[in-house]
Design a protein around this ligand. Sequence first.
Ligand code: GLY
Length: 253
Amino acid sequence: MFSNAIVRKPGRSMIEGLTNANLGSPDYLKAVDQHESYVCALRDCGLKVTVLEADENFPDSTFVEDTAVLTPHCAIITNPGALSRKGEINRIQKELREYYSHMEEILSPGTVDGGDIMMVGNHFYIGLSNRTNVNGAEQIIRILNKYDMSGSIIKVEKALHLKSGIAYLENNNLVICGEFLANPEFKKFNIIEIPEDESYAANCVWINDKVLIPKGYPHTLQNIINAGYSVAEVDVSEFRKLDGGLTCLSLRF
Ligand code: GLY
């Protein structure tokens, strides 16, 4: 179960954020409203939410998940793979020191984005992507081992991040889409398959027995309800334009 979340408001500079989505520029005011609704949804799941002010120097800094990997035993500050995002870690590191006595960090030449890390109990799946490199993944595994946890590497060929196409909903249930469906590593899970035309909704998030999913994906909604979950839809259309989604917008612990 999670008790806390950290989020960061989007800044006006979000329109300069990194993206390959080809969905146009985000509407800042709409994004602010959507972010407020997202925070309410987190609170409805029972979380105490720390809302950090926007930082206009970092257009992608609302996507706080990429800056840290939070485990039950330590916080790992990442070294984000995109040059424009590296400075985002400083504010998050300061905040997490309030909560964690064990802090670790990923050092260059290793790079890791938190969006590439999926926690399944004491095991962490680490996506090798354009943002997370082998050196970074190996550093993560060494740190996990130090705290009696483990990690394994999953190749990400098409998606931005591992969690762009996969989400663990606890109880051995795994939402999965696209390139990850055929991966033998995931055969042991109960698969909740997301149709290709709703692939964006694979980035959903389990919080304390509730699942938040992006608004507007009816098949995903039904599949997750059929799996027995209580579901809340959250509109994150403006963040989708920056390749971001529901997990990217918070750190949960
Ligand atoms: N726009 C989010 C990212 O590319 O990291």
